[in-house]
Design a protein around this ligand. Structure first.
Ligand SMILES: [Zn+2]
Length: 102
């Protein structure tokens, strides 16, 4: 059975991107806007159909990540400068966003 890969360290790089160093040695980067556009919460994605409800034009180019919080042992929650904070990003999802195996 494959074990999920956990982050070893989570911080911000010198370009203001979220940086995750994973326990398998990979490092991935995400801009705040990239994460905001991928938000999987019920306000941003229709629960049953998976259709995107979020209009990308409403997300500022210069949106900032204000807070990053661990959710249990499997996910991160972000607070952005547009006051959105309901998305739960699983580690699996964050790895897939960066083109890595979960
Ligand atoms: Zn959302």
């Amino acid at each position: 059975m494959l074990l999920a890969v956990d982050p070893k360290q989570i911080d911000t790089d010198d370009q203001g991107r979220l940086r995750i160093s994973w326990k398998d040695g990979q490092t991935t980067h995400y801009t705040p806007r990239q994460l905001r556009l991928a938000c999987p919460c019920a306000q941003c994605v229709e629960e049953w159909t998976g259709a995107k409800l979020l209009d990308p034009d409403t997300v500022p180019e210069n949106i900032l990540l204000l807070e990053t919080e661990l959710v249990g042992r499997y996910a991160l929650n972000f607070k952005w400068s547009d006051f959105h904070s309901t998305g739960i990003f699983s580690f699996d999802m964050l790895r897939r966003m960066a083109g890595l195996e979960p």
